[in-house]
Design a protein around this ligand. Sequence first.
Ligand SMILES: Nc1nc2c(ncn2[C@@H]2O[C@H](COP(=O)(O)OP(=O)(O)OP(=O)(O)O)[C@@H](O)[C@H]2O)c(=O)[nH]1
Ligand SMILES: [Mg+2]
Length: 190
Amino acid sequence: MGSFPTADFDLNPQLPEIAFIGRSNVGKSALINATLQRKSLARISKSPGKTRTCNIYRVDGRYYLVDLPGYGFARVSKKERAAFRKVLEQYLTNRRALAAVVWLLDIRHDPSQDDLAIGQILADTDLPVLVAVTKSDKVRRGEIQSRVQAILEWIGMVEDQCLITSSEKKQGIEDLRESIESFLVTPSRT
Ligand SMILES: Nc1nc2c(ncn2[C@@H]2O[C@H](COP(=O)(O)OP(=O)(O)OP(=O)(O)O)[C@@H](O)[C@H]2O)c(=O)[nH]1
Ligand SMILES: [Mg+2]
């Protein structure tokens, strides 16, 4: 495990990377923790904007999970926001070891301008993308499907590219692990 301020970190050994990206506070660190089945491994924030560096977790000596800084948090300066976005864009565009991206979107919110900008960057890369709709425990059961459909429509993606998750209730975690495994079978850039 390591922590890096920029996205051009060197990892040894070189292994496929699965990046978790999404707005600040969307639940990236919590979902990584749930996926790793270990508490307080990735830092979870009480106040959003906590993950300011790229935090890397090596899993079973086979691959890395990369916890990237959240984008679009309104209370940091415009300059800082732009810097975060740049780190993300460079990483997504240039990172050779990047096997796939898990893109997190909060079930309660329509995608933001920042989300849509990231969606465009992702569309411009040839990366496999899995959408993880997060915090499904925050809406009533009967609302889950319509919220997910609305979000998918916003970002122009379909249901089989999407998982419904709750780190709190451990929902969708096993499916997420399986998806990650499937991404490792056919690395996209290496
Ligand atoms: N109810 C509920 N709360 C969640 C869930 N996942 C995360 N949270 C809460 O949402 C807040 C943000 O979670 P983080 O995992 O720190 O979010 P992050 O995306 O890593 O945020 P940054 O590091 O700021 O980019 C914390 O208070 C978490 O406890 C979930 O599935 N359900
Ligand atoms: Mg975080």
